[in-house]
Design a protein around this ligand. Structure first.
Ligand SMILES: Nc1nc2c(c(=O)[nH]1)N[C@H]1C(S)=C(S)[C@@H](COP(=O)(O)O)O[C@H]1N2
Ligand SMILES: [Mo]
Length: 310
């Protein structure tokens, strides 16, 4: 895997600089990285993340703790209880790892992790994650825009959607021996959603490589959609012409839609989506349209009936 190394693109080469980061945030990021590596009592990791910057696309809400983020998970490949992923995900071998990118692209290719790290400066993005089950967390991801990877392969004019697939290996993922879902786990986005600057491939959290229960070594994060769109441990990305049949739509199409934008006004057939419980808090808080990212993403859905396309 990767050793610590300076970013492949100097901050001065990023144009326009103000779009990505301001100098003060960049300094904070550099300090945060070195502090993170020196935290006492944290497990020694074989590999560290490359340098990362603090993104302007961050929530300033109180973050959930590393403990909360890594002990209360949904990752059905390791079991359906919230503590199953933390207990069983150590069986996942994440090195070596690569993502195959194919389909309607000019340059199909495979990216290993080191190549992925070099596609764009890594950024810390503090995002809210809202699970369709009614809970939420605030998570400091480290990642890069998915758009940086898609740009490399050059989607053709036929590419209208992006399909993502998780590793399928019941030896490493014991949950795949039971038919709770149709394996492998598949998710999808419309191409414009995939190219949106808020959509990232996460490779770390709290400044460290992604813990296995959170989808190591690389998972999608789409902060304005319910958490299940943020597919973990991705091995394949395909650019396609037609809307992918995603795992949750296949399992219960009346309950889970392809879009799955967080929407307090469209209830799940079995429960309200108007409120959520932030993990670690007692009182519920109101759920915000598009999980609070409406000013950035509502325009993607202009003219669409969001009750029909839920
Ligand atoms: N492959 C895979 N990806 C997955 C899931 C899963 O079961 N398998 N669960 C999803 C759901 S329902 C949620 S809420 C988020 C949880 O991410 P976290 O455990 O890092 O908080 O992962 C999503 N990605
Ligand atoms: Mo979820």
């Amino acid at each position: 895997m990767s050793r610590y190394r300076p970013p492949s693109i100097a901050p001065s080469e990023i144009t326009p600089e103000s779009v990505y980061l301001n100098r003060r945030q960049w300094l904070n990021g550099a300090l945060a990285v070195s502090a993170g590596l020196l935290l006492p009592g944290t497990p020694a990791f074989a590999a560290a993340l490359p340098t990362f910057y603090k993104s302007r696309y961050s929530s300033d809400e109180k973050k959930n703790s590393f403990e909360e983020i890594t002990s209360y998970n949904n990752f059905y490949e390791f079991g359906t209880d919230k503590d199953d992923p933390a207990r069983h995900a150590h069986r996942l071998k994440t090195d070596p790892w690569s993502i195959e990118v194919s389909g309607a692209v000019v340059r199909p290719r495979r990216f290993d992790l080191d190549q992925l790290y070099k596609l764009a400066p890594l950024e810390e993005r503090i995002y809210r994650l809202r699970c369709v089950e009614g809970w939420s967390m605030v998570i400091p991801w480290v990642g890069l825009p998915l758009a940086a990877l898609l740009k490399q392969v050059e989607p053709t004019t036929k590419a209208r959607y992006v399909e993502f697939t998780t590793l399928h290996d019941p030896q490493q993922m014991p949950g795949q021996r039971s038919p709770v879902l149709d394996w492998p786990y598949v998710e999808g986005l419309r191409l414009d959603e995939a190219l949106h600057p808020l959509t990232i491939l996460a490779v770390g959290l709290y400044g460290r490589p992604l813990p296995k229960q959170n989808g190591a070594p690389v998972r999608l994060v789409v902060p304005w959609k319910y958490g299940f769109k943020s597919i973990k441990s991705i091995v394949r990305i395909r650019l396609v012409e037609t809307q992918p049949l995603t795992t949750w739509v296949r399992s219960a199409p009346q309950e889970y839609g392809f879009y799955s934008n967080v929407n307090p006004e469209v209830d799940h057939p079995r429960w309200s989506q108007a409120k959520e419980r932030r993990i670690g808090e007692f009182l519920k808080r109101p759920t915000l349209p598009f999980n609070g990212y409406a000013s950035e993403v509502a325009g993607l859905y202009r003219g669409m009936d969001l009750r029909k396309f839920f």
